[in-house]
Design a protein around this ligand. Structure first.
Ligand SMILES: [Zn+2]
Length: 280
């Protein structure tokens, strides 16, 4: 249920179509102590009261982060990379009980969050938003792999060549040349591009860099068009249809292209599944 770039985009677009101009009537938090201790929820729960009577002006997203901007200089910043369920309910619909956050709007509708892993639910004033770690991380100068027309293959290629690092470090995490990619997306991208997970970006040929760029766009766009990963639910509870073609679900299976047994290595702080024959 992790909310990565494709899923964050799906949720945010649905929020834009559904929740703009709504006015907050109530905000409640439940079972928040653990998240609060690690800094993922405001230290002062009273901060959330500042959202009451505020109207949703805009909703922006980048990488895995969603920023809901209200009038009166207030914001709700959300990040669910390690697992979250964001849901919207019309007036009169039954609300889930296992949740961490609930806001009611003046028209009787609700927005709820269930955080199944670490992740941010933060009420912040305009001037505090740029200091939030995940906001700084994803609303940054680092290009987004989808949705930005000026992020061309040429630019991607330059960034890969400049860094000369392992391909995973180049695509996922702090040292990545793009925002929002996870280990799950990484495994699919390099499988599709025919690249071994341990390759250094300095050894990639022009054709290989091109394959990685195209695969990255294809994998992410396909996931967005399929309504997200199969273990994800959208704002209205509809499950995603994207079944990963490489990753832990390929354990003990054979490559669909060449028939070789899929292998697994511990790499870059996670398990990476790959085809030893197709990926060089
Ligand atoms: Zn293969």
């Amino acid at each position: 249920m992790s909310i990565e770039l494709p899923e964050a985009q799906i949720i945010a677009e649905q929020m834009i179509r559904t929740m703009l101009d709504k006015i907050v009537k109530s905000v409640e938090l439940f079972n928040y102590e653990k998240l609060q201790k690690i800094g993922f929820i405001n230290k002062k729960i009273k901060d959330f009261d500042k959202l009451i009577d505020c109207k949703i002006k805009s909703i922006d997203y980048r990488g895995n982060v969603i920023r809901v901007q209200f009038n009166k200089k207030m914001n709700l910043v959300l990040c669910g990379d390690y697992g979250a369920q964001y849901r919207y309910f019309d007036k009169g619909e039954d609300l889930p009980t296992k949740i961490h956050f609930k806001t009611g709007f003046t028209d009787g509708s609700h927005f709820t969050i269930r955080q199944s892993g670490m992740g941010l639910i933060y009420a912040a004033e305009d001037n505090e938003v740029p200091n939030l770690y995940v906001y700084k991380r994803d609303f940054s100068d680092t290009p987004s792999p989808v949705g930005e027309h000026d992020f061309t293959y040429e630019r991607f290629s330059e960034l890969l060549e400049e860094k000369k690092q392992n391909i995973k470090a180049a695509l996922v995490g702090k040292t990545a040349v793009v925002v929002g990619l996870s280990n799950a997306a990484f495994q699919e991208i390099i499988y599709k591009a025919g690249i071994h997970p341990k390759r250094n970006t300095g050894t990639l040929t022009e054709a290989e860099r091109n394959n990685i760029y195209d695969s990255m766009k294809e994998v992410l766009n396909e996931r967005i068009c399929s309504g997200g990963k199969d273990n994800f639910q959208d704002l209205f509870g509809k499950p995603g249809r994207h079944v990963p073609f490489m990753g832990s679900n390929m354990k003990d299976k054979n490559c669909s292209q060449c028939g070789a047994l899929i292998e697994k290595i511990a790499h870059g702080g996670g398990q990476v599944y790959f085809c030893p024959r197709c990926q060089k």
